[in-house]
Design a protein around this ligand. Structure first.
Ligand code: 9UX
Length: 97
């Protein structure tokens, strides 16, 4: 649905393209998805954003030459949401770090 989730892809114009998933807390209604999505899309290098309030996850495709994950999480923070690791709902525990 979102194409490959593996990094190292090339975008249409040959720029690098990386897809990451960022956990987001604090999205409690549908409009939050749009708020977060629009904020991320204003960032240079961000190509594609999908936000799921139900899962608390933003899936972001970006050019790692133009922006990076710390910058993306900062955008989310400034909008008043709390970015963090993706919390998988599989019941698994334990992550390295
Ligand atoms: Mo809904 Mo989100 O009223 O910040 S838009 S909770």
């Amino acid at each position: 649905m979102f194409g490959s989730l593996f990094s190292g892809r090339r975008g249409r114009w040959g720029h690098r393209l990386e897809t990451t998933r960022i956990g987001i807390k604090g999205m409690t209604c549908k409009r939050c998805e749009r708020t977060v999505k629009k904020a991320l899309l204003t960032k240079n290098g961000v190509r594609e954003v999908y936000v799921s309030r139900a899962n608390g996850v933003a899936t972001v495709s970006f050019d790692p030459d133009q922006t990076d994950i710390p910058q993306l999480t900062e955008v989310i923070l400034r909008k008043g949401y709390v970015p963090g690791p993706v919390e998988e709902k599989t019941g698994e525990t334990g992550s390295a770090g």
